[in-house]
Ligand binder design. Sequence first.
Ligand code: ADP
Length: 877
Amino acid sequence: MNANKLIELSQDLICITDDKGVFTFLNPAYTDMLGYDAKELINKPFFNIVHPDDLEKTNKEFENLLISEKTINFNNRYIHKNGSVKYIEWKATSVSCEKSVYATGRDITESKLREFENTELEVRLNALINCSTDFMFLLEQDGNIKIANEAFANNFGVSVNKLIGLNVYDLLPKKDGVRRKKAADKIIKERKPIVYSDERSGHFYETHIFPSYTNGNVELAMFTRDITERKLIEGALIASEEKFRNLADTAQVAISIVTTNYEKGILYVNKYWEKITGYTKHESLQLQALDIVHPDQKAMVNERATRRLAGETVPDHYEMKILTKSNQTKWVDITITLIDYEGTRAILTTAIDITERKHAEIKLRDEKEQIKTILNLVNDPIFVKDDNHRITMANKAFFDIFNLDENKVIGYTLAEQVPENEREQFLATDRKVLDTGIPDLREETLTSDGITKTIVTSKTRFIDESGNKFLVGSIHDITVQKNAIVALAKSENRLSLALETGHIGAWDLNLQDQSSHRTLIHDQIFGYKTLQSKWTFEMFMEHVLPEDRTDVEKTFKKALETISDWNFECRIKRIDGKMRWIKSTGKHILNSDGKPIALSGIIQDISEHKWSEVELVRAKKRAEESDRLKSAFVANMSHEIRTPMNSILGFSGLLSSSNLTIAKKDKYLSIIMKSGDRMLNIIDDIMDISKIEAGLVTVEIEEFDINEQIDYLYNIFKQEVEAKGMNLLFKKGLLNKEAKINTDKDKFIAILSNLIKNAIKYTEEGNIEYGYELISNGEDSIFKFVVKDTGIGISEDRQDAIFERFVQADIQDVMAREGAGLGLAITKAHIEMLNGEIWVDSNEGEGSAFYFTLPSKVSSDVNQAIQNSVASDKSNN
Ligand code: ADP
């Protein structure tokens, strides 16, 4: 085989140059490798295609080659015809005799580039691992450090180069070293990576160890990171998340997070949500959000969700109904917010249970309806206006009175029809009531269909719980009352006029609050000039005379107890001290249950009437009495005068007969004389009483000795008394010279004589005693005289009457003896003329004692006094 053929087939580059480097031969591999045709290179120096950066080096090698004639190896770079760089490894030798150089070359571009790449990677990797703050190192099986980064070296305080080759376990504290070595051995043995964390001087480290296989050896690649910060952040994160969950769970608001499309799931719920819905957290997370929406509202909620997702604005706060696990309907106030939840858009809902409020609202609405129904039943127009004068509520009566439709009233102020400039005036009252809260009550007239009505409009302010002001008004038709009031006023006027004219005092007393009303005349009757501020029953009773109080009290008590009318008369003492008669009439005022609520009465001063009445009765009685007495007197007198007269005439007749004995004649004469005496006595008495009544008696005052007169009377009557078988006794109260008295002597004697005569007349046995004593001494000394007998006595009921004139005639008395019955009346009149008094002390059947007093001196004007007394006596009769 031809060697040339081999050269031609060789994959190596083969070339020959001269000592100048000019190609004399090139094989096809050479030209192919550099992209040239042989023609383009032949006879040209190879330097032309050497990489310019390698020219110098190549030239040096070429010269060495020429000198030493040795075979040398070298590398250099060539430029391919397309500009790319080719690395060629050369083996060349020079043959000096031929002045040629023989060379074979191999294209090592690929392996050279790989080599470059590797180196570059290593540099980059180094840079990379040195950038890291994590510790990175590679250990041989025994722990010798094969690779380490700067962070790791810094940790030990040395440079990377110094660290390489040291045993890592020797660098660690012994205890750690042993522990790490054990772990390392385990990894080598099990060929599984491990991760562990440890803490050193307040820092947390996480170490990853991987087994690494190099040339059949197991090495350990280690990577340690300071995770202190991460650890802290993690801790804080856990804490803050926990806080949020706690917060969410304690909130009294139901919180849920649901997917933006409600039909998808529920992502989160809090505790309160569980409480409202009745679903546990676990159950809730299985639900779709729409599951708990009340069927009535599913469509609405769904529609809003769709529109919200499409970016439309929809309400994000509203009230809705939900259906709990136990199928209970609840009302919630829900708020919807779009949020980012774990990287995706979600909906955060917060809900408050407002079921109770909602039920209350519904109830309120029902109640409002009820109120409306009730208001419509009320006959009086009623309306409610808001703070802007708009009518918010009115009843049927209101629409009717104004002849307006409901829809023309509700929401209107009714000032719409009023010209704009007058509206404020029209609404002024409303405004005032709304602003001040002072109720307004006014009477107005309203004319519709030609009929004028009087109405009373009442407006009151009402403030609701939220502070909204309302005006509540009512209208009351008082036309009928108004007319009645006018009529009443008229009649009241008439009544008060009548009361005034009649001088009648009117009063009433409210039994509930004890308030009383009186007319001025009422108080004037009690002597007050003006109406008193106060008037009580006690005040009234103070005025009543003490002797009338019991009766008045009894009458009132009975009227109150039996709830009946009263009518009584009593005497009062006015404040000016005057006594008056009043008449009180009154009645109870009852309520509809028949219970008394007030007393109403009138009083009248009836004094004039009363007195004239009393006077009349007295006068009548007196007239009757005196009439009766006078007839009796006349009858008696005719008897008393006829008896002695008959005797005188009878016995005078007898005297004229011739055959009379002397004795008989004397007896007849004595009878005639006795009868004459008796007649004379009667005529004397009649004369005396007539004189007294006519006021013709005068008093002659003189001083005399009482004792002398006592003796004188004794001498006169002694014989008469003893003739009746009795004793006449006397008693002198003073010694003879001391017993002086200044009075009318004749009358004094007449007084005592008359009393002694009576004593003799009305006594059959025992004693007749008379005398005196001085009962008070000094200037105004008074003598008390007595004439005492043991006779028939005088019954108690007659003891006053015997001093009256003509009494004896009136008394149907078995004991009455002859006499005109004038003696004691004359005696009493005489004693009183002498400023004395007379009285009797007597027991029937036991005797009588007549006492009288006389002052030692009679006042000088006694005659005038007698005139007066006679005059008044006359007027009384
Ligand atoms: P007469 O002329 O009837 O005595 P008097 O005025 O003297 O009238 O007396 C009035 C009446 O009083 C007598 O009728 C008699 O009933 C009664 N009377 C007067 N004195 C006595 C007396 N001493 N004892 C009892 N009765 C007497």
